[in-house]
Design a protein around this ligand. Structure first.
Ligand code: ACM
Length: 264
Protein backbone atom coordinates (compact mmCIF):
# COMPACT_ATOMS: atom_id res chain seq x y z
CA UNK A 1 0.00 0.00 0.00
CA UNK A 2 1.32 3.42 -0.90
CA UNK A 3 0.47 6.20 1.52
CA UNK A 4 1.56 9.82 1.11
CA UNK A 5 2.55 11.39 4.43
CA UNK A 6 4.37 14.52 5.47
CA UNK A 7 4.79 17.52 7.72
CA UNK A 8 3.94 21.19 7.60
CA UNK A 9 6.63 23.11 9.51
CA UNK A 10 6.24 26.83 10.13
CA UNK A 11 6.65 29.72 12.59
CA UNK A 12 3.30 30.50 14.26
CA UNK A 13 2.86 34.04 15.62
CA UNK A 14 1.87 34.24 19.31
CA UNK A 15 -1.88 34.74 19.95
CA UNK A 16 -2.64 35.36 16.24
CA UNK A 17 -5.14 32.57 15.56
CA UNK A 18 -6.52 34.18 12.40
CA UNK A 19 -3.12 34.91 10.86
CA UNK A 20 -1.77 31.48 11.77
CA UNK A 21 -4.74 29.65 10.26
CA UNK A 22 -4.37 31.74 7.07
CA UNK A 23 -0.67 30.86 6.93
CA UNK A 24 -1.32 27.11 7.36
CA UNK A 25 -4.03 27.25 4.72
CA UNK A 26 -1.64 28.96 2.28
CA UNK A 27 1.14 26.44 2.97
CA UNK A 28 -1.25 23.52 2.41
CA UNK A 29 -2.89 24.98 -0.67
CA UNK A 30 -2.96 22.36 -3.44
CA UNK A 31 -0.92 19.80 -1.45
CA UNK A 32 -2.42 16.35 -2.06
CA UNK A 33 -1.52 13.71 0.51
CA UNK A 34 -3.08 11.05 2.73
CA UNK A 35 -1.82 12.31 6.11
CA UNK A 36 -0.15 15.61 7.03
CA UNK A 37 1.05 16.43 10.57
CA UNK A 38 1.43 20.02 11.80
CA UNK A 39 3.05 21.41 14.99
CA UNK A 40 1.81 21.45 18.58
CA UNK A 41 -0.31 24.55 19.46
CA UNK A 42 -0.21 25.26 15.73
CA UNK A 43 -2.68 28.17 15.73
CA UNK A 44 -1.95 29.84 19.08
CA UNK A 45 1.80 30.02 19.61
CA UNK A 46 3.48 28.68 22.75
CA UNK A 47 5.21 31.21 25.05
CA UNK A 48 2.32 32.36 27.22
CA UNK A 49 2.58 34.81 30.10
CA UNK A 50 -0.81 34.37 31.75
CA UNK A 51 -3.82 32.12 31.90
CA UNK A 52 -5.81 34.98 30.38
CA UNK A 53 -3.61 34.79 27.27
CA UNK A 54 -4.13 31.04 27.03
CA UNK A 55 -7.86 31.50 27.52
CA UNK A 56 -7.97 34.09 24.73
CA UNK A 57 -6.78 31.53 22.15
CA UNK A 58 -8.50 28.42 23.57
CA UNK A 59 -10.90 26.67 21.22
CA UNK A 60 -13.57 24.01 21.19
CA UNK A 61 -12.09 20.86 19.64
CA UNK A 62 -15.04 20.14 17.39
CA UNK A 63 -16.33 23.58 16.43
CA UNK A 64 -13.50 26.09 17.02
CA UNK A 65 -11.59 27.93 14.27
CA UNK A 66 -8.95 25.17 13.90
CA UNK A 67 -11.52 22.38 13.59
CA UNK A 68 -13.60 24.45 11.19
CA UNK A 69 -10.67 25.19 8.86
CA UNK A 70 -9.21 21.69 8.93
CA UNK A 71 -12.57 20.00 8.31
CA UNK A 72 -12.88 22.15 5.20
CA UNK A 73 -9.30 21.46 4.05
CA UNK A 74 -9.65 17.75 4.77
CA UNK A 75 -12.72 17.51 2.57
CA UNK A 76 -11.22 19.68 -0.19
CA UNK A 77 -7.84 17.92 -0.31
CA UNK A 78 -8.99 14.41 0.69
CA UNK A 79 -6.29 14.40 3.38
CA UNK A 80 -6.22 13.53 7.09
CA UNK A 81 -4.56 16.22 9.24
CA UNK A 82 -3.14 16.07 12.76
CA UNK A 83 -2.41 19.38 14.51
CA UNK A 84 -2.01 20.72 18.01
CA UNK A 85 -4.41 23.30 19.43
CA UNK A 86 -5.21 25.04 22.69
CA UNK A 87 -8.40 23.37 23.93
CA UNK A 88 -11.10 24.76 26.19
CA UNK A 89 -13.49 22.16 27.57
CA UNK A 90 -15.89 23.56 30.17
CA UNK A 91 -13.64 25.57 32.48
CA UNK A 92 -10.59 23.41 31.74
CA UNK A 93 -7.69 24.17 29.40
CA UNK A 94 -5.77 21.36 27.71
CA UNK A 95 -2.79 21.22 25.37
CA UNK A 96 -4.49 19.01 22.79
CA UNK A 97 -4.30 17.73 19.28
CA UNK A 98 -6.98 16.86 16.77
CA UNK A 99 -6.96 14.40 13.90
CA UNK A 100 -9.42 15.51 11.22
CA UNK A 101 -10.51 13.08 8.49
CA UNK A 102 -12.04 13.77 5.07
CA UNK A 103 -15.40 12.38 6.31
CA UNK A 104 -15.41 15.17 8.95
CA UNK A 105 -14.52 12.85 11.84
CA UNK A 106 -12.48 14.64 14.52
CA UNK A 107 -10.50 12.75 17.18
CA UNK A 108 -8.92 14.51 20.18
CA UNK A 109 -5.86 13.69 22.29
CA UNK A 110 -5.01 15.73 25.42
CA UNK A 111 -1.31 15.90 26.28
CA UNK A 112 -0.39 13.49 29.06
CA UNK A 113 3.06 14.78 30.01
CA UNK A 114 3.12 18.57 30.38
CA UNK A 115 6.44 20.32 29.72
CA UNK A 116 7.92 23.31 31.62
CA UNK A 117 5.46 26.24 32.08
CA UNK A 118 2.66 24.28 30.40
CA UNK A 119 2.10 23.09 33.98
CA UNK A 120 0.95 26.65 34.86
CA UNK A 121 -1.63 26.82 32.08
CA UNK A 122 -2.98 23.37 31.28
CA UNK A 123 -4.58 20.40 33.02
CA UNK A 124 -2.75 17.10 32.42
CA UNK A 125 -4.56 15.22 29.67
CA UNK A 126 -7.35 12.80 30.57
CA UNK A 127 -7.72 10.91 27.28
CA UNK A 128 -4.77 8.50 27.54
CA UNK A 129 -3.00 7.26 24.43
CA UNK A 130 -5.29 6.20 21.62
CA UNK A 131 -5.16 4.95 18.06
CA UNK A 132 -7.66 6.10 15.45
CA UNK A 133 -8.22 5.35 11.79
CA UNK A 134 -7.08 8.05 9.38
CA UNK A 135 -7.88 8.13 5.66
CA UNK A 136 -8.15 4.62 4.12
CA UNK A 137 -8.32 3.02 7.57
CA UNK A 138 -4.62 3.45 8.39
CA UNK A 139 -4.17 3.28 12.17
CA UNK A 140 -2.59 6.42 13.61
CA UNK A 141 -1.48 6.78 17.25
CA UNK A 142 -1.49 10.26 18.75
CA UNK A 143 1.06 11.85 21.09
CA UNK A 144 2.39 15.37 21.66
CA UNK A 145 5.94 16.67 21.88
CA UNK A 146 7.40 15.94 25.38
CA UNK A 147 5.48 12.63 25.47
CA UNK A 148 8.52 11.31 23.51
CA UNK A 149 10.62 11.32 26.72
CA UNK A 150 8.46 8.51 28.09
CA UNK A 151 8.97 5.36 25.96
CA UNK A 152 5.67 4.13 27.36
CA UNK A 153 3.82 6.65 25.16
CA UNK A 154 5.02 5.23 21.84
CA UNK A 155 4.95 1.68 23.22
CA UNK A 156 1.33 1.98 24.33
CA UNK A 157 0.29 3.37 20.95
CA UNK A 158 2.17 0.59 19.17
CA UNK A 159 0.68 -2.15 21.37
CA UNK A 160 -2.72 -0.64 20.55
CA UNK A 161 -2.01 -1.21 16.86
CA UNK A 162 -0.64 2.09 15.56
CA UNK A 163 1.02 1.84 12.15
CA UNK A 164 2.05 5.49 12.27
CA UNK A 165 2.66 7.71 15.32
CA UNK A 166 1.65 11.31 14.61
CA UNK A 167 3.68 13.60 16.88
CA UNK A 168 3.02 17.35 16.67
CA UNK A 169 5.74 19.20 18.56
CA UNK A 170 7.12 22.53 19.79
CA UNK A 171 10.63 21.27 20.56
CA UNK A 172 13.27 23.41 22.27
CA UNK A 173 15.69 20.76 23.59
CA UNK A 174 18.13 19.07 21.18
CA UNK A 175 17.37 15.35 21.63
CA UNK A 176 13.92 14.42 20.36
CA UNK A 177 14.45 14.10 16.62
CA UNK A 178 17.28 11.58 17.08
CA UNK A 179 15.44 9.76 19.88
CA UNK A 180 12.42 9.20 17.64
CA UNK A 181 14.56 6.93 15.44
CA UNK A 182 14.74 4.62 18.46
CA UNK A 183 11.03 4.98 19.30
CA UNK A 184 10.25 3.84 15.75
CA UNK A 185 12.81 1.03 15.77
CA UNK A 186 11.87 -0.43 19.17
CA UNK A 187 8.20 -0.58 18.14
CA UNK A 188 8.50 -1.19 14.37
CA UNK A 189 6.23 1.79 13.82
CA UNK A 190 6.46 4.81 11.51
CA UNK A 191 6.74 8.15 13.29
CA UNK A 192 5.99 11.62 11.98
CA UNK A 193 7.31 14.43 14.19
CA UNK A 194 6.11 17.85 12.99
CA UNK A 195 7.94 20.59 14.83
CA UNK A 196 7.60 24.36 14.62
CA UNK A 197 10.42 26.75 13.87
CA UNK A 198 11.21 30.34 14.89
CA UNK A 199 12.10 32.40 17.95
CA UNK A 200 9.07 33.34 20.05
CA UNK A 201 9.26 36.20 22.57
CA UNK A 202 6.77 37.33 25.18
CA UNK A 203 7.93 40.01 27.64
CA UNK A 204 11.29 38.86 29.00
CA UNK A 205 10.74 35.23 27.96
CA UNK A 206 11.86 33.70 24.70
CA UNK A 207 12.18 30.21 23.23
CA UNK A 208 13.94 29.06 20.07
CA UNK A 209 12.21 26.13 18.36
CA UNK A 210 14.34 23.56 16.60
CA UNK A 211 12.49 22.64 13.37
CA UNK A 212 13.83 19.45 11.74
CA UNK A 213 10.39 17.93 11.24
CA UNK A 214 10.82 14.37 10.08
CA UNK A 215 9.44 10.97 9.09
CA UNK A 216 11.09 7.79 10.42
CA UNK A 217 10.57 4.24 9.11
CA UNK A 218 9.67 1.10 11.07
CA UNK A 219 13.38 0.18 10.96
CA UNK A 220 14.44 3.45 12.59
CA UNK A 221 15.65 4.96 9.32
CA UNK A 222 15.27 8.69 8.80
CA UNK A 223 13.26 9.04 5.57
CA UNK A 224 13.15 12.82 5.46
CA UNK A 225 14.13 15.67 7.78
CA UNK A 226 13.56 19.39 7.17
CA UNK A 227 16.12 22.02 8.16
CA UNK A 228 15.95 23.89 11.47
CA UNK A 229 14.51 27.10 9.99
CA UNK A 230 12.61 26.35 6.79
CA UNK A 231 8.86 26.84 6.54
CA UNK A 232 6.93 24.59 4.19
CA UNK A 233 5.47 21.16 3.53
CA UNK A 234 7.11 17.92 2.44
CA UNK A 235 5.39 14.73 1.36
CA UNK A 236 6.92 11.26 0.97
CA UNK A 237 5.48 7.81 0.23
CA UNK A 238 5.50 5.01 2.80
CA UNK A 239 3.88 1.58 3.08
CA UNK A 240 2.04 1.57 6.46
CA UNK A 241 1.56 -2.23 6.24
CA UNK A 242 5.26 -2.64 7.07
CA UNK A 243 4.31 -1.73 10.65
CA UNK A 244 2.44 -5.03 10.98
CA UNK A 245 5.77 -6.90 10.80
CA UNK A 246 7.06 -7.02 14.38
CA UNK A 247 9.72 -9.71 13.78
CA UNK A 248 13.34 -8.80 14.60
CA UNK A 249 14.72 -12.21 13.55
CA UNK A 250 12.89 -15.48 12.85
CA UNK A 251 13.16 -16.10 16.62
CA UNK A 252 12.55 -12.59 17.94
CA UNK A 253 9.63 -10.20 18.09
CA UNK A 254 9.41 -6.68 19.52
CA UNK A 255 6.23 -7.43 21.44
CA UNK A 256 6.26 -11.19 22.09
CA UNK A 257 9.76 -11.12 23.60
CA UNK A 258 8.74 -8.59 26.25
CA UNK A 259 8.68 -9.85 29.84
CA UNK A 260 6.39 -7.54 31.80
CA UNK A 261 6.81 -9.64 34.97
CA UNK A 262 10.24 -8.05 35.33
CA UNK A 263 9.17 -4.48 34.59
CA UNK A 264 8.08 -1.98 37.24
C1 ACM B 1 7.19 20.35 24.52
O1 ACM B 1 6.54 19.43 25.01
N1 ACM B 1 6.60 21.37 23.93
C2 ACM B 1 8.66 20.34 24.56
Amino acid sequence: MTYKVGCCQYDPQLLDIKGNLEKMEALLDGVKADLIVLPELAASGYVFNSKAEVDSVAEDGLSGPSATLFKRLSLANNTSYVLGFCEKSGDKLFNSLMMVNPNEEVFIYRKTHLFYEEKYWFQPGDTGFNVFEAKDGVKVGLMLCYDWVFPESARTLSLKGAQIIAHPSNLVLPWCQQAMLTRSLENHVFSITANRTGLEKNGDKELLFTGESQVVSTKGVLLHRMSKKEEGVFIIEIDPELAFDKAITEHNHVFNDRNPDFYI
